[in-house]
Design a protein around this ligand. Structure first.
Ligand SMILES: *[C@@H]1O[C@H](CO)[C@@H](O)[C@H](O)[C@H]1NC(C)=O
Length: 180
């Protein structure tokens, strides 16, 4: 009797361990694999009616779109988003462009989302993208270094700041991000 009970508890213990491993094992894997990035369709992309085309590319590339919204930036908010460029010669022009119409922001999720999205959009300068990455999104709908149609966070740290900028409490913290 005692032996049967002992072997049954061993089985129960084994099942418990198995379930525990399956459950927490998958949680740990998810945490390391999934990543989020901020994608933005800029005013020239919206004006050119590229939103649906870009969203199709995003979904066909296996990203989940976790959140999305249309935003009209004002001078103050555009300046805050690009705060680390505030001393640069192109800053006023950049703010003017970014406030010239609404932008469409999305939180994208998939493993390696930051670098995968940047690979899809192509080089920052859309003129160069048309030559070196003709199938990139910027080659499709951008014009030059400033009017480059889309934005992607340049690091997981920038992604966290930019996602909370548009979808959470606006963070006044300025982290360095080189991407326009
Ligand atoms: C975009 O779509 C709107 C509404 O359908 C249309 O009026 C406009 O001409 C389109 N713009 C371009 C650049 O195709």
């Amino acid at each position: 009797m005692g032996r049967i009970w002992a072997s049954q508890s061993a089985l129960l213990l084994r099942d418990f361990l198995l379930i525990f491993l399956l459950f927490f094992g998958s949680q740990i894997c998810d945490a390391t694999e999934r990543e989020r990035t901020l994608a933005m369709i800029k005013p020239d992309g919206l004006l050119g009616n590229y939103t649906d085309k870009i969203k199709t590319i995003i979904l066909e590339s296996g990203f989940g779109i976790i959140k999305e919204r249309m935003v009209q930036l004002d001078d103050e908010k555009a300046a805050l988003f690009y705060a680390e460029h505030s001393g640069k010669s192109f800053f006023q022009s950049l703010v003017k462009y970014m406030t010239s119409g609404p932008v469409y922001v999305m939180v994208l999720e998939k493993p390696d989302a930051v670098s995968r999205w940047r690979a899809l959009i192509g080089p920052t300068d859309a003129r160069k993208a048309k030559v070196s990455h003709p199938s990139s999104i910027r080659a499709m709908c951008g014009s030059d270094l400033e009017r480059n149609c889309v934005h992607g966070s340049d690091s997981p740290q920038s992604a966290a700041r930019e996602i909370s900028f548009f979808f959470g409490d606006i963070s006044p913290a300025v982290t360095k991000h080189d991407e326009l």
